[in-house]
Design a protein around this ligand. Structure first.
Ligand code: C2O
Ligand code: CU
Length: 500
């Protein structure tokens, strides 16, 4: 009897060890050291391309990152023009404390020059833009990332990757040439999931070099939820915009929030004239369709104010713009069932990149499974089956034509944002793009969807490629695109650096 009991005990213990030991191993393997180089995490993925001259052995340099080799350029040296008088110059002072919206509500959060959103920076294509960021007391530190602007790497504003977080009392100057016209935004990329949510952002609008025909109103409309309150450019409820009957109005929508937003127009047909800063080719008028923006994305709408004295209305599910002569109004319209599909919207135009033979092909396949990240158990995002920090590092050489297949079987939508580049959408779920060339910097990938995109690796550096639902990044849905021959001097964890 006793013997039987003992055997049972031994079996039970062995069974427990069989369960616990791999868990302990997984737990230990998931630990992230307090400081590390993003170049030292995960494993390199060369996308089937040539590898010589690249860091072939991340494993050897786990966490600390590879040492600098001769001939390599440091991220810190990939700056914009260091000399020359700026055409646009601004000082942005970031502060933590009370946010007071123009419509009166107050929240605890962050401001830029005293408001949230911060001031809109306006430039003309080709301008040298200089922005001095001052940290007026934010203890975690702060940075500014120019979302959608393909700036030189050292101006990209990612703490621990392209610079150190600017400490309280410190300042940092960004300089870059605004080569692309369109609607962009800036936001902190230090503890981003908290700082952006709580107000540390603003808009950047770049006018085309050749002045477009004037519009009756140009409305800059970042859409953001403060503590659950939907706002447009910081205003809750209905905002009236003055514009004469028959006037053409441009509305620059930006989703600065973490979830998707839908916008729809009543009282006038409208056109989607630009997406993520890129003009749409011959956009047709839209009726009875909404526009969908993923977190971080932008859509510029153009509409005409009715001639009968009434207003047009842009509804954003909880907040709205009413656009017309003073005193005019327009009732809320119900949300259309369907969205404009950018895959077939506008007129096609040949783009050499669509035909070019790729030098590398990458897969960015998102899933979710239980496991450990940094010693914490949970249900975590995966990239190509791997969990943070064991995720791929996409390695390219300057000049490569790159194809990337982005797929999502994680159960949730992910707005995917590649820094420093715009990607051309080739297909979705095997259906080829037939509309205007669709250039995206923030691509909403629904659960179950697969996109094929292409881009040219023409901007050397170390670039984040992540989901823009910022809590997801903090949970590990982030990889990097690394150029061969570029060396990384910054460290996450040093100088408080915490980009997510
Ligand atoms: Cu707008 Cu890495 O972010
Ligand atoms: Cu996500």
């Amino acid at each position: 009897m006793a013997r039987r009991k003992r055997i049972r005990l031994v079996v039970a213990i062995a069974a427990s060890i069989a369960v616990v030991a791999p868990l302990a191993w997984l737990w230990a393997g998931s630990n992230v050291p307090p400081t590390y180089s993003v170049m030292g995490m995960g494993y390199p993925d060369y996308g089937g391309g040539r590898v010589e001259g690249t860091h072939a052995a991340h494993g050897e340099h786990a966490w600390v990152g590879p040492p600098r080799r001769s001939g390599e350029v440091s991220v810190a040296d990939l700056t914009g023009p260091r000399v020359g008088r700026p055409d646009v110059s601004a000082t942005l002072v970031a502060r933590q404390g009370a946010v007071r919206l123009p419509t009166g509500q107050r929240f605890a959060g962050y401001t830029v020059n005293g408001t949230s959103p911060g001031p809109t920076i306006r430039a003309r294509q080709g301008d040298l833009v200089q922005v001095r960021l001052v940290n007026a007391g934010i203890r975690d530190g702060v940075t500014l990332h120019w979302h959608g602007v393909d700036v030189p790497n050292a101006e990209d504003g990612v703490a621990g990757v392209t610079q150190n977080a600017v400490p309280a009392g410190g300042s940092y100057t960004y300089r870059f040439v605004a080569r692309q016209s369109g609607t962009y935004w800036y936001h902190s990329h230090q503890v981003a999931h908290e700082q952006v949510r709580d107000g540390l952002f603003g808009m950047l609008v770049v006018a085309p070099r050749r002045a477009p025909p004037p519009v009756a109103a140009d409305v800059v409309a970042p859409v953001h939820d403060y503590d659950g309150l939907r706002t447009i450019a910081g205003r809750s409820g209905v905002t009236h915009v003055d514009a004469p009957p028959g006037g053409t109005v441009r509305v620059r929508l930006a989703d600065t929030d973490n979830g998707p937003i839908r916008a729809w127009v009543s009282g006038s047909p409208y056109r989607v004239v630009a997406v993520d800063g890129h003009d749409v080719d011959r956009p047709p008028p839209v009726t009875a369709r909404a526009v969908l923006l993923g977190a971080g994305g932008r859509s510029d709408l153009e509409l005409t104010v009715p001639r009968d004295g009434r207003a047009a209305r842009v509804d954003l599910d909880g907040a709205a713009l009413v656009i017309g002569p003073p005193g005019s109004s327009a009732a809320a319209a119900p949300a259309p069932e369907r969205n404009v599909d950018l895959l077939s919207y506008g007129s096609p135009a040949p783009v050499a990149l669509a035909q070019a033979r790729p030098d590398r092909r990458f897969e960015y396949s998102m899933g979710r499974r239980p496991g450990f990240v940094d010693g914490r158990p949970g249900l975590f995002w995966t990239v190509n089956g791997h969990m943070f920090p064991d995720v791929p590092m996409f390695v390219v050489r300057k000049g490569d034509v790159v194809r990337m297949k982005i797929s999502n079987s994680s159960g949730q939508v992910h707005p995917m944002h590649l820094h420093g580049h715009h990607v051309l959408v080739l297909s979705r779920d095997g259906v080829r793009a037939t509309g205007s060339p669709w250039w995206a910097d923030t691509l909403e990938v629904e659960n179950g969807e697969t996109y094929e995109v292409a881009f040219v690796a023409d901007n050397p550096g170390i670039w984040m490629d992540h989901c823009h639902n910022l809590p997801h990044v903090a949970e590990g849905l982030v990889v990097h695109l690394a150029y061969a021959g570029v060396w990384e001097p910054y460290r996450v964890g040093v100088s408080n650096n915490s980009p997510e």
